[in-house]
Structure formats: structure tokens, C-alpha cells
Design a protein around this ligand. Structure first.
Ligand code: AR6
Length: 169
């Protein structure tokens, strides 16, 4: 079973094999986690993202999918970019959010990454409620078939940390 760890802090500082980026389908950067990863990781990440767009994702990386690049100057070896769903009160997009966690772990397995750090995907600019996002994140990682040994959820705010702590029990 995967070991789950909660960390309050900045995902760009995590010394793990792979950090997951809460990206958008254009793969060209943005705010939040995405902005921080590109800022600290440097231009090598964007260069690989551009290549991926040119070779495989001309229409953009689909919501719920994941793809890896170098981590540039970050302490991690790889960045796994995934696109979370935008929160909607009308339609249930939970399966797409679960898919982000599952597909990211599948990419980690392909890379041979044993330690992976996730942010709380979709809970920032994409508006997903933190408690529901935490529930989906934890349930999906717990039930995943993966060779990843340790998953850290890196929560930027004390509130986010507390919410994940409650969802973990
Ligand atoms: N480390 C860890 N968590 C962080 C960090 C950080 N450095 N910065 C923010 N968070 P968001 P989304 C938290 O907005 O909701 C971008 O523009 C934040 O508090 O990064 O999936 C992309 O390009 C929140 O709880 O991602 C997309 O367009 C969580 O990380 C869009 O935002 C996710 O917030 C994706 O939106």
C-alpha cells in the first residue's frame, strides 16, 4: 500500500522523484502551482511542454490526463503535468479529478518514480471545494494500483492542511 504523508508548504521545494503540476490543457504555464513550478524550475520545463504540444497535444492535454517533463532546476527529477476539472455545482466532475491522481501515478510508474508530491488539484483557481478535493485525492491514491511508495500531499495553507488531515482518518 502507498504511504500517505501530509506536508504544509510549497510543492516546488519538495525533494521527491516527481512533483505534480496542477496545469491547464495549454501546458504553457499559468498561476498558482503552475506559475510557481515554471518560475522556480526554469525554462527547460516550458521548452519540453512546447515540444509535447507540437508532437502529441496539439489540441491540448485533456482534462484528467497526465504527462511528464523534466523538473529543470527543481529538487525533483520530473514534473508530471495534469489538468484538473474546473469546479461545477451543476455537473459532477469528480471522476475527472480522480483521473488526475490515477493518471499521474500511472505516469510515475512509467518513469520509475517512487516518491510523488501532489498539490490539491483544482482547489485553487479552478474552484473545487477543499474538503471534497481532499476526499477524492485520498480515496483515489489509497485505491490506486501503483509501485509508488510514498505520496505526499503538499498543502499551501494551514486550512488546506487541516482539511486533508480530517479527510485522512
Ligand atoms: N505549492 C503547493 N500548493 C500550492 C502552491 C505551491 N507553490 N501554490 C498554490 N497552491 P492552483 P487549480 C495550492 O490554482 O485550482 C493555473 O493557472 C492552492 O492554494 O494552482 O488546479 C493553471 O495554469 C490550491 O489549494 O490549481 C490552471 O489554469 C492548490 O494548490 C489553473 O491554475 C491548487 O491551486 C489550475 O487551477
Amino acid at each position: 500500500m502507498v504511504e500517505l504523508v501530509l506536508v504544509q508548504g510549497d510543492i516546488t521545494e519538495q525533494a521527491v522523484d516527481a512533483v505534480v503540476n496542477a496545469a491547464n490543457s495549454a501546458l504553457l504555464g499559468g498561476g498558482g502551482v503552475d506559475g510557481a513550478i515554471h518560475r522556480k524550475g526554469g525554462p527547460a520545463i516550458l521548452a519540453e511542454c512546447r515540444d509535447l504540444r507540437a508532437s502529441r497535444y496539439g489540441k491540448g492535454l485533456p482534462t484528467g490526463a497526465a504527462v511528464a517533463t523534466t523538473a529543470g532546476n527543481l529538487p525533483a527529477r520530473w514534473v508530471i503535468h495534469t489538468v484538473g476539472p474546473v469546479w461545477s455545482a451543476r455537473d459532477d466532475r469528480s471522476e475527472l479529478l480522480a483521473s488526475c491522481y490515477r493518471e499521474s501515478l500511472a505516469v510515475a510508474d512509467e518513469l520509475g518514480a517512487e516518491t510523488v508530491a501532489f498539490p490539491a488539484i483544482s482547489t485553487g483557481i479552478f474552484g473545487w471545494p477543499m474538503d471534497d478535493g481532499a476526499r477524492i485525492a485520498i480515496a483515489t491514491v489509497r485505491s490506486a494500483h501503483t509501485d509508488v511508495r510514498r505520496v505526499s500531499f503538499v498543502l499551501f495553507t494551514p486550512d488546506g492542511y487541516t482539511t486533508f488531515e480530517k479527510a485522512l482518518v
